[in-house]
Design a protein around this ligand. Structure first.
Ligand SMILES: [Zn+2]
Length: 65
């Protein structure tokens, strides 16, 4: 028999930044599908990542010297 290990029936995702699993939280109820990171710290890191990528793209910032 296949037995699934569940803590409390909550969905779990893996953080995009620290690669750790994290469980659904009530405050994410509306945005769970868009959540990619376990914490605000990791979300900040993800944001920074994105900014850096954009900054490195040539021509990404018109008017930038
Ligand atoms: Zn994380």
């Amino acid at each position: 028999m296949a037995r699934m290990r569940r803590k409390a029936d909550l969905p779990v995702k893996t953080c995009r930044i620290c690669a750790r699993p994290f469980a659904w939280r009530r405050k994410w109820a509306r945005v769970w599908e868009t959540i990619e990171t376990c914490s605000t710290r990791c979300r900040d890191a993800a944001r920074r990542d994105r900014k850096n990528e954009q900054a490195r793209e040539p021509g990404g910032h018109p008017g930038f010297p």
